[in-house]
Ligand binder design. Structure first.
Ligand SMILES: [Ca+2]
Ligand SMILES: [Ca+2]
Length: 383
C-alpha cells in the first residue's frame, strides 16, 4: 500500500489493524491530531516520510487562572495504544518545510533520514508495547516542548535493534518502561530532558553505548530498578540517575519545576505531584502489599530479552514443519536420520511423545517414534 502521509484530525475510537502477517505500509505514516482512543497494531511501516505514527493532543501554557482549564484540556486527548508493529527506517524523499526536494544522493545522508518514528506529545495514557524498532535513527520523542503537558506513559516489551537515539527522549512526562530489550552498539537510549520522570524496570540493555542520558536536565530523574546492562564498558552516570536495585520504594525528592512566577510544578500535569508516581497507587498500577508493579506480565530482564525477540513485531507466519527435518534446515539429509536415531535410542521406553515431536519425527504417522521411523527416513533420504 502506498498512499503518502495519512492525516487524521479529531479521530475517535479508531483501530488501525493489519490483517494477517504481511500488512505493510510503504511511504505512508499516520498523524493523529487531537484524537481520542486510538489503537495501531500489526502493521509494518517502511520508508515512511517523516513519521510512522504521530500522536498529538493539545496543551495550553498553564498559569494560575487557567489551571483547571488546562487539566480539562489535556484530559481530552489520550488513550493511545501502539503495539505489535514493525517500524523499519523511514525515508524522507522531500521536505516542503525547506522548500526543495532533498537530493537523494546527499552524501551526508542527514537530510534524508526520517524523524521520530513513533513520537507523541500533549497527550496522556499512551502505551507502546511489543513493537520491533528495526535500524532507525530516532524512535520516540515524548513531549515536544517545555510546555507540553504529557503524562502516564508505559513502554514495555519493545525490541529496539540498532536504534541510534531517542529511545525514548522525553520531556515533562512520567514514564514507566519495563521489560524492553535494547540491542545496539551505537545508541543513546533512555534520554531524559527537562522534568521527565522515568521509572526503568527490568529492561535489558546489550552493547549500548549509553543506556541512560540526560540532556538539558533541570529536574526530573531516571530511576533504574533491576535493569540488566551488559556489554557496556563504562556506564556514564549523572546527577539525577539513580540505581535503586534494592529499594523499589526509593523516592527521589525535589523534582518540581520553578517557573518565572515562582510557582512549583511537577512533571506531567501541573495540578498533580508525580514525584513518586511509581509507588503511588493513585497514579500507578502499584501493588503496595508486595511492593511491585502490578502489570500483567513482568519478568526478569533476561526473560524479557527472550520474550521481546520472540513476541515483538507483527503476527508471525506459523512455521512450516517439514516431516523428518530434525535440524530445521528445510531439507532432509543424513544428519536428520542420525538425529532421529539418537533420539530413538536415548528415549525413555515409556515416553509420551508430544504433538510437536510427533509432527516432525513420526514418519509413518502411527503416533509413536521408533526405529521404523528411522528406517523410513533413511530410505527417503537415500531415494
Ligand atoms: Ca534437515
Ligand atoms: Ca512412527
Amino acid at each position: 500500500m502506498t498512499i503518502g502521509n495519512f492525516y487524521a484530525p479529531y479521530a475517535e475510537n479508531v483501530t488501525i489493524e493489519g490483517v494477517g502477517t504481511e500488512a505493510e505500509l510503504i511511504q505512508c505514516g499516520f498523524r493523529f491530531a487531537k484524537a481520542k482512543s486510538i489503537e495501531v497494531r500489526n502493521l509494518t511501516f517502511t520508508d515512511y516520510p517523516d513519521k510512522a505514527v504521530s500522536l498529538r493532543g493539545e496543551t495550553k501554557v498553564p498559569n494560575e487562572s487557567n489551571r483547571e482549564e488546562v487539566a480539562a484540556t489535556v484530559v481530552n486527548y489520550g488513550n493511545y495504544w501502539v503495539h505489535n508493529n514493525v517500524f523499519n527506517a523511514g525515508k524522507l524523499n522531500f521536505d516542503v518545510r525547506k522548500g526543495y526536494v532533498i537530493n537523494p544522493n546527499d552524501p551526508s545522508g542527514e537530510s534524508y533520514k526520517a524523524d521520530d518514528t513513533a513520537g507523541s506529545t500533549e497527550c496522556h495514557n499512551v502505551t507502546y508495547c511489543y513493537n520491533f524498532y528495526n535500524k532507525l535513527n530516532k524512535a520516540h520523542l515524548i513531549g515536544s516542548t517545555s510546555n507540553s503537558i504529557v503524562y502516564n506513559y508505559t513502554l514495555h516489551h519493545n525490541y529496539y535493534k540498532d536504534v541510534v537515539q531517542r529511545v525514548p527522549k522525553s520531556r515533562t512526562a512520567n514514564i514507566h518502561m519495563y521489560n524492553n530489550y535494547y540491542e545496539t552498539e551505537s545508541s543513546l537510549n533512555v534520554d531524559q530532558m527537562e522534568d521527565a520522570i522515568v521509572f526503568s524496570e527490568n529492561n535489558y540493555f546489550e552493547g549500548t553505548k549509553r543506556p541512560f542520558k540526560s540532556t538539558e536536565i533541570i529536574n526530573g530523574y531516571i530511576k533504574s530498578y533491576n535493569d540488566e546492562i551488559v556489554g557496556v564498558s563504562n556506564i556514564v552516570t549523572f546527577e539525577r540517575l539513580f540505581f535503586v536495585d534494592n529499594d523499589r520504594n526509593y523516592r527521589v525528592d525535589n523534582t518540581g519545576r520553578e517557573t518565572n512566577e515562582g510557582k512549583v510544578y511537577s512533571a506531567g500535569r501541573t495540578d498533580i505531584d508525580y514525584t513518586n508516581f511509581d509507588t503511588n497507587p493513585e497514579l500507578f498500577y502499584y501493588d503496595i502489599f508486595n511492593n511491585k508493579s502490578d502489570v500483567e506480565k513482568l519478568t526478569s530482564a533476561e526473560q524479557a530479552k527472550i520474550d521481546c525477540i520472540n513476541a515483538s513485531g507483527v503476527l508471525k507466519k506459523p512455521k512450516e514443519v517439514l516431516l523428518g527435518d530434525l535440524d530445521e534446515d528445510e531439507s532432509i539429509t543424513i544428519i536428520d536420520v542420525r538425529l532421529l536415531l539418537q533420539t530413538v535410542m536415548n528415549a525413555d521406553p515409556n515416553i509420551e511423545w508430544t504433538s510437536s515431536q510427533l509432527i516432525v519425527m513420526d514418519i509413518n504417522r502411527d503416533n509413536d517414534v521408533n526405529i521404523i521411523d528411522v528406517r523410513l527416513l533413511l530410505q527417503s533420504c537415500i531415494n
